[in-house]
Ligand binder design. Structure first.
Ligand code: ZN
Length: 411
């Protein structure tokens, strides 16, 4: 199957992507740099040679060199930006189809170090997956790449060296030492790596137990401004709970009041609020969109993992049962990295459910949370069958993603 949207010319070469026996490759025919540069095997055909190139990181780098639209870019000045971290590297094509005709600028590559460790991927892998999706879909409107929740200068350097265009500096660990410590760390990183470059700089303090008061937000913002730090976005820890994979928990009216003040500070300071763990927060999206006028950054990540599992529950119930069992076993380990408040006793026992009832587990909050945070252990055990099934059911996965992300955008 040829991906028709991928057809592209470069000099005297024509390039496209196709899937054969479940494997996607880049095909090049013609001549010139675009034919010579990628690694691949030459297939002799009557009309001339065709080169079949595997979707490697090296070939993705070649593609970025040949086609500027495949390179991530800064999203400064874009109103509504949406982080669509793609944990498996299989969701971006679906994400692109959903947002391409909307007023949404996508951050297709977005992973934290924690996610890299748990999925066994590198920033090169993450960016390459986005590059291939962009090329496959012929998407030319631009996208960004976010090194999410980076905590050290080494991590920041690694993400930038790989070509990432956004740095989310996680200052949560500096909070106990006081806000001045937070500011000093952010200024140092900014001066060393960001100043003068076309890199989007976000500061995040969302992963602490302490709610960020508007006063603290204002203090940090003012000090950073004084130091000449240009923030693109800032992620406070809002009141209530933004837990993974489930709706907002807390007092919505209290959230509304505080959010309005945070939004006012961000607007005055010239950056956007960034909403982390933004997946499935349907109770507060209307407030967020209204108070920011849709000038806001929202990060979603694990939701595409849950949608992948929803597809697996439907098409490979046997595999899903194994995944679900392992997820429950792995929960104590996973909770070292993720703050969730699930109650496993509320999850229906697997052996009481028919195959047809399995997808409904993805509607149950406790099961959602358990499945959301245990991807590391699940992938370590079942990576190959999961990728094989999602490769085979690509259209079903795309449809599921469309429904889910569409709902985030207010469909
Ligand atoms: Zn976060």
């Amino acid at each position: 199957m040829i991906f028709l949207n991928s057809l592209a010319r470069h000099g005297d070469a024509t390039l496209f992507m196709a899937k054969e026996d479940g494997v996607k490759s880049l095909y090049v025919y013609g001549s010139g740099e675009a034919y010579d540069a990628p690694d691949g095997e030459v297939i002799a055909l009557p009309g001339g040679n065709v080169k079949r190139c595997p979707l490697t990181n090296q070939n993705a780098r070649v593609l970025r060199g040949l086609f500027p639209f495949t390179r991530p870019v800064s999203h400064k000045g874009r109103a509504f930006t949406l982080g669509l971290g793609d944990r498996l590297g299989l969701a971006s094509a679906g994400h692109i189809r959903l947002i391409r005709d909307r007023d949404v600028f996508p951050v297709l590559a977005q992973q934290s170090i924690r996610e890299l460790n748990l999925t066994g991927r590198t920033y090169d892998d993450v960016l390459s997956a986005a590059v291939w999706a962009v090329f496959q879909e012929g998407y030319r409107k631009g996208y960004s790449a976010d090194g999410d929740h980076l905590k050290t200068r080494e991590e920041v350097k690694m993400a930038l060296d790989c070509g990432f265009t956004m740095i989310t500096l996680d200052c949560s660990e500096h909070i106990p030492n006081g806000l001045a410590a937070v500011v000093r760390f952010a200024v140092d990183i900014y001066n060393e790596f960001i100043r003068g470059k076309d890199i989007d700089f976000e500061l995040s303090v969302d992963e602490t137990h302490v709610t960020t008061s508007p006063e603290d937000h204002y203090f940090v913002a003012r000090e950073l401004k004084k130091a000449g730090v240009e923030l693109v976005s800032l992620a406070p820890r809002f009141c209530g709970e933004f837990q993974k994979g489930i709706d907002y928990r807390g007092d919505v009216r209290e959230f509304e009041k505080e959010f309005a003040v945070h939004a006012g500070i961000a607007k005055e300071m010239g950056y956007k609020l960034s909403i982390h763990s933004g997946s499935d927060k349907y109770a507060v999206f209307p407030i967020i969109y209204r108070e920011t006028g849709r000038n806001v950054h929202i990060k979603t990540a694990g939701t595409n993992w849950l949608e992948a599992l929803r597809v697996l529950a439907r098409v490979t119930p046997g595999l899903f049962r194994k995944i679900h069992t392992l997820a429950l076993e792995s929960l104590p380990e996973a909770k070292k990295y993720y703050h969730i408040t699930e109650d496993v006793s509320r999850i229906p026992a697997l052996d009481t459910l028919s195959d047809a009832e399995l997808p409904a587990l993805l509607e149950q909050d406790d099961a959602r949370q358990a499945l959301h945070v245990t991807y590391g252990q699940v992938l370590a055990a079942y990576k190959a069958p999961i990728y094989a099934a999602l490769g085979q059911y690509e259209d079903e996965y795309r449809a599921a993603l469309g429904l889910n992300i569409g709902r985030h955008l207010g469909d």
